[in-house]
Design a protein around this ligand. Structure first.
Ligand code: LMR
Length: 419
């Protein structure tokens, strides 16, 4: 007789057929339009594969680097950090004031008047959702107007927050530029109390932005019609510069209505997995801002209680130290220069292969992405036959191009278009 006979073995219960799990009749969700591609890319065994999907910066070695300024800040933190206790619900006040300085600039009237309040949110996505939750609480059933086309996650975030969704025209597929007249005409019809979601700079996916005077016109329209602007501002510094890219924010601040800004340090600090962003609510006075802050805190408290600390600690360490901030700004400029040089390499590479289509508009687009003009069947062909991953609709992450893969990518696109 063996000892095992006397051991208490777990009773294995077989679920009987008539007991159904809640999932039995539920169909699986489709993979995410952007991160689903990253997963498919990882499984691909093609040795030449290239991921031009998710908006993640890569250097010319194809690596997503940790910035030197970030590493320096982390070294300081390792020595100086005293506790892992909770942050305040809205985050560290020094972090939120650094966020505001980046958004509005030095000596900003918005900051000095106390019109803006900010909460540290888990990434730009968290910031959008918290802003959405907050608006829904006080304007239940509001419609949010979303750019056509837009970032694949916008509809999901605001649909989940309870908004009705409508689109406004933005991009002209014939001119590959802004459809400004129709865009403005649609915004002129948006009812008071609705929300208009705008890309603060580096429009995702098109890379086509408004000029500063156009932003002023849009902000004036918001003030006149009484709709609320919500700026998704995830790419500050990838357009012209940290300071020039804030013309959208400045225009809304000057026009005076309530507005919201969701900002992120995923891209410009490379803090993708630290989920470091912020939601900023701008109202017309310090008194109103204090009310907004109280409800912002309540919203955060019921969603995630208080923010994760590490990314915010890095950002505030860099931005409160002039030398580190200069270091960071130089690194950000370097990332932009590399993206711009890969835009040219792509345009020239396709032209030199005799591709008929004129791709020169790719040079004018701003930010990380190029709305390449590649049709969905070409995108599918590139994935299947060449292991080149592009987001549906033809969005290319230009930062995924390197001097090592550019020839392969140009050869492959040329083959797809010429066959
Ligand atoms: C993108 O647009 O690829 C990035 O913002 C990553 C994401 O969250 O979708």
């Amino acid at each position: 007789m063996t000892l095992s006979k006397y051991l208490c073995l777990p009773l294995i219960i077989n679920q009987s057929d008539n007991e159904e799990s809640m999932w039995k009749s539920i169909a699986a969700a489709a993979p995410d339009a952007i991160f689903g591609l990253t997963e498919a890319f990882k499984q691909d065994t093609n040795p030449n594969k290239v991921n031009l999907g998710a908006g993640v910066y890569k250097d010319d070695q194809g690596i997503t680097p940790i910035l030197e300024s970030v590493k320096k800040a982390e070294r300081l933190l390792l020595e100086e950090e005293q506790t892992k206790s909770y942050l305040p619900i809205s985050g560290d006040p020094l972090y939120t004031s650094c966020v505001q300085r980046l958004l509005f600039g030095e000596h900003s009237a918005v900051i000095n008047s106390g019109r803006a309040v900010t909460a540290h949110a888990p990434g730009g996505t968290g910031a959008l959702r918290i802003g959405g939750e907050l608006i829904q609480k006080f304007i239940p059933g509001a419609t949010i107007w979303i750019s056509s086309p837009t970032w694949a996650n916008h509809h999901g975030i605001f649909g989940a927050a309870g908004f009705k969704l409508k689109s406004y025209p933005y991009y002209n597929r014939d001119t590959k530029g802004l459809n400004y007249d129709e865009f403005l005409a649609t915004l002129a019809e948006v009812p008071a109390g609705d929300v208009v979601l705008l890309h603060g700079c580096c429009h995702n996916p098109t890379g086509v932005d408004l000029e500063p005077d156009q932003w002023k016109e849009v902000a004036a329209l918001a003030a006149d019609k009484g709709w609320i602007g919500f700026l998704d501002f995830a790419y500050q510094g990838f357009g012209d510069s940290v300071d020039q890219d804030r013309s959208s924010v400045n225009a809304f601040a000057a026009a005076g209505p309530d507005f919201f800004v969701a900002s992120s340090f995923s891209k410009n600090f490379g803090l993708y997995n630290e989920r470091t962003g912020a939601i900023t609510v701008i109202s017309s006075s310090a008194q109103e801002a204090a009310v907004a802050q109280s409800h912002l805190d309540l919203t955060v408290r019921v969603c995630y209680s208080n923010p994760p600390a590490h990314g915010g600690l890095i950002v505030k360490t860099v931005l409160s130290n002039p030398e580190l901030e200069q270091n960071w700004r130089r690194e950000l400029e370097g990332m932009c220069r590399r993206i711009i040089s890969m835009r040219s390499a792509l345009v020239e590479g396709l032209a030199s292969r005799g591709v008929d289509q004129d791709f020169s508009y790719i040079r004018q687009q701003r930010g990380m992405f190029s709305f390449s003009g590649l049709a969905d069947d070409t995108v599918a062909w590139l994935k299947e036959h060449k292991g080149i991953y592009v987001v549906g609709g033809g969005r290319i992450n230009v930062a995924g191009l390197t001097t090592s893969n550019i020839d392969y990518v140009c050869d492959s696109i040329a083959e797809a278009l010429q066959s």
